[in-house]
Write a protein that binds this ligand. Structure first.
Ligand code: DGL
Length: 282
């Protein structure tokens, strides 16, 4: 228990949310950088992919997931999903949290910390972004990168086939090699001066080796996990009032709206330990 705003509130875990498996690529780095905290992972696998859904659908599904994680005791929720960060984060932060039963809870996304990091890596200032159709159409990366580094040129490229491929467990297939090459060629044709490519969808690091194999030497390929984890560590240093509300048991529980066994099967090799997920309705 901890005193907050003159009320005694229980400490709680950090909630990590994604439409499916993608957020595991963020969770893995969060646990490496901040191993002492407790985590609850929630994947909405039953309704993935989000990348081709409307703004309203992504917003409603994300709000349901945030409410669920808060009802499970999370004072802080990370939207480990670019599509949800692009389409739902701002509305949740500005409209929903302030009128909720505990407005001091926080919801953070993954796009801003990624854009903030870019200034330190690109030399040409030409950035490529691979993301879902929803994230690209939202213009969120263009806006955030222009805000952080006004002279940079951002070329976004939607990869609509990649998330369905990963959600169906085919990230290691020959089909994946072909689909990766098509999108890489197309992005680099659009701007051959790109020297930094962001994987702006948390599912895509599951294709990291395949993408790395076909991009030219000298082009930096960035996954978001380590960036987001470092940014959260900084945030908690700057916000001791939130840090004090987080529980420190070093545990991690996994929930999915889809098939729990299938989730555990795919998540276990990726996380490097046995993942036993539980099925959950939100
Ligand atoms: N992993 C998510 C993202 O970062 C969503 C992918 C999807 O459901 O389409 O955008």
């Amino acid at each position: 228990m901890v005193k907050h705003d003159n009320k005694i509130v229980p400490r709680g875990p950090i909630g990590v949310f994604d439409s499916g498996y993608g957020g595991l690529t963020i969770l893995r780095d969060l646990r490496n950088v901040l191993p002492g905290y407790d985590y609850i992972y929630l994947g909405d696998n039953a309704r993935a992919p989000y990348g081709t859904r409307t703004f309203d659908q992504v917003y409603c599904f994300t709000l349901e997931a945030v409410n669920k994680l808060q009802s499970m005791g999370c004072p802080l929720v990370i939207l480990a999903c670019n599509t949800a960060s692009a389409k739902a984060l701002r509305t949740i932060q500005q409209n929903d949290l302030p009128v909720s039963e505990d407005p001091s809870r926080r919801v953070l996304g993954v796009i801003r910390p990624t854009a903030e990091y870019l200034g330190t890596v690109s030399h040409t200032g030409h950035i490529g972004v691979f993301a879902t159709p929803g994230t690209i159409a939202s213009g969120s990366y263009d806006i955030e990168i222009a805000h952080q580094c006004p002279s940079f040129k951002t070329t976004g490229h939607a990869c609509p086939t990649w998330v369905p491929l990963i959600e169906s467990g085919k990230a290691d297939s020959d089909e994946a090699d072909i689909l990766v090459k098509v999108e890489v060629d197309s992005l680099l044709k659009e701007d051959p001066e790109i020297d930094t490519i962001i994987l702006g969808c948390t599912h895509y690091p599951l294709l990291y080796d395949k993408i790395k194999k076909v991009i030219p030497e000298g082009v930096t390929l960035l996954s978001q996990g380590a960036i987001v984890a470092q940014s959260l560590a900084d945030y908690l240093r700057r916000h001791p009032e939130m840090d004090n509300r987080l529980s420190n048991g070093g545990t991690c529980c996994f929930y999915t709206t889809g098939d729990a066994q299938a989730f555990g099967h795919l998540a276990t090799p990726f996380m490097g330990h046995c993942v036993e997920a539980q099925q959950l309705t939100i």
